[in-house]
Design a protein around this ligand. Structure first.
Ligand code: MEV
Length: 314
C-alpha cells in the first residue's frame, strides 16, 4: 500500500426521495463545489487510525460509533487486498454537512473505496465501486435505494431507479437552486422507517402518495428537458406536499420552504430524507437566487449554497 487519495462530491436529490425506495424514479445532482477527500497514508507502526469530523481514533474502536459502517467497509477492503494488518492513517476532509441529506455517508464511502483501490494500485469499475459503497450504506441506513452512492460518485445529474444503472439526464440552460441547511441532523434510517410504517399502517392512503411523487418526477424530467422552470417549480411543490403528508417534513423545513416561496421561489421542497437536513428552492435567475438566499438565512438557515444549472450541469 502507498499513499493515495479518493474524492467524491455532495449530492442533492432534486425530486423523488422516499418514493425511490419503492421503485419510483428520482433525479439527483452531484454538487461539485462541495467536496470530500479521503487520504490514506501508510504508517510503519502498524496502527490503524482514522481522523475525521465524524470520528477520530483507532479503526478497531469505531465499531460502537456512528463511523461503524465506514469502519466495516474499510476493514473489508483491507481484507480484500490482504492488508488487514497494514498500518495507516485515514484522513477525511469533508465540506459536506453530515446528516443533512447531502449524501455525506455515501460520499465518505465512495472516497474511501477510491483511496484504498488507488493505494493498492487496483483498477476500480463503477459497478465495483457501487457494490462496495452499498456495504456501508446498508449498515448506516438499513434499506437504502442506492441513490446517494450513485450520485456522489457521478459527475452529471442522474436519473435513478432502484436496481438499475443511473442515466445522465439533460438539464436546463438557466435557473439556480438555492440549497439551505436547517442545522438539524436528518435521520435517514428513522425517516425511511417512518414512511415504511405509514405504508404498513395505511397502505390505501400511502401508496397513492408515493405514486404521486413518481408522477411528479416524470413531469419534472420533461420540464427540465423543455427548459420550463415554472413547470419544474410546480412539480417540486407537489412533491413537497406529498412528503409532508408522509410525515418527513418538519417545522424548520416548512419555515424555510415558506420563506423561499415568499421571496419569489418558483418551487421549494425538502431534499434527502427530511425530518431535518436541507431544503432546496428554485430561482429563475441569479438575482432571484440571491434574494431567496438572504431570506433563508434570515429565516434561520445555518448555511446556504447555490447550484447554477448552466454552470454545474451542462
Ligand atoms: C436519502 O438521501 C434518500 C431516501 O430516498 C432514502 C434512499 O433513497 O435510500 C430518503
Amino acid at each position: 500500500m502507498h499513499e493515495a487519495s479518493g474524492k467524491s462530491f455532495a449530492k442533492i436529490i432534486l425530486i423523488g426521495e422516499h418514493a425511490v425506495v419503492y421503485g419510483y424514479p428520482a433525479i439527483a445532482l452531484p454538487v461539485k463545489s462541495i467536496r470530500l477527500v479521503a487520504k490514506l497514508t501508510p504508517r510503519a507502526d502498524h496502527q490503524q487510525l482514522v481522523a475525521s469530523e465524524f470520528y477520530t481514533g483507532s479503526l478497531a474502536k469505531a465499531a460502537q460509533t456512528n463511523f461503524a459502517g465506514i469502519a466495516q467497509l474499510l476493514a473489508d477492503l483491507l481484507a480484500h487486498f490482504g492488508q488487514a494488518q497494514a498500518g495507516f492513517t485515514l484522513a477525511i476532509d469533508s465540506a459536506l454537512p453530515p446528516e443533512r441529506g447531502m449524501g455525506s455517508s455515501a460520499a465518505t464511502a465512495t472516497a474511501v473505496v477510491r483511496a484504498v483501490f488507488a493505494a493498492c494500485d487496483a483498477k476500480l469499475s463503477r459497478a465495483e465501486l457501487l457494490a462496495w459503497t452499498a456495504r456501508s450504506e446498508h449498515i448506516i441506513h438499513g434499506n437504502p435505494s442506492g441513490l446517494d452512492a450513485a450520485t456522489t460518485s457521478a459527475d452529471a445529474p442522474q436519473w435513478f431507479t432502484k436496481g438499475h444503472p443511473t442515466k445522465p439526464i439533460a438539464f436546463p440552460t438557466n435557473g439556480t437552486l438555492v440549497i439551505a441547511d436547517t442545522g438539524i441532523p436528518g435521520q435517514t434510517k428513522v425517516a425511511v422507517a417512518a414512511v415504511a410504517m405509514h405504508l404498513q399502517a395505511n397502505p390505501r392512503a400511502t401508496k397513492p402518495r408515493l405514486a404521486a411523487i413518481g408522477t411528479a418526477v416524470q413531469r419534472a424530467a420533461r420540464a427540465l428537458a423543455a427548459d420550463d422552470l415554472v413547470a419544474l417549480g410546480h412539480q417540486l411543490d407537489i412533491a413537497q406536499a406529498q412528503l409532508a403528508a408522509l410525515g418527513v417534513s418538519n417545522v424548520q423545513l416548512d419555515g424555510l420552504i415558506t420563506a423561499a416561496r415568499n421571496a419569489g421561489a418558483l418551487g421549494a421542497k425538502l431534499t434527502g430524507s427530511g425530518q431535518g437536513g436541507c431544503m432546496i428552492a428554485l430561482a429563475k435567475d441569479a438575482h432571484q437566487a440571491a434574494a431567496i438566499q438572504t431570506a433563508l438565512i434570515a429565516a434561520g438557515a445555518t448555511a446556504a449554497w447555490q447550484y447554477d444549472f448552466a454552470e454545474e450541469a451542462n
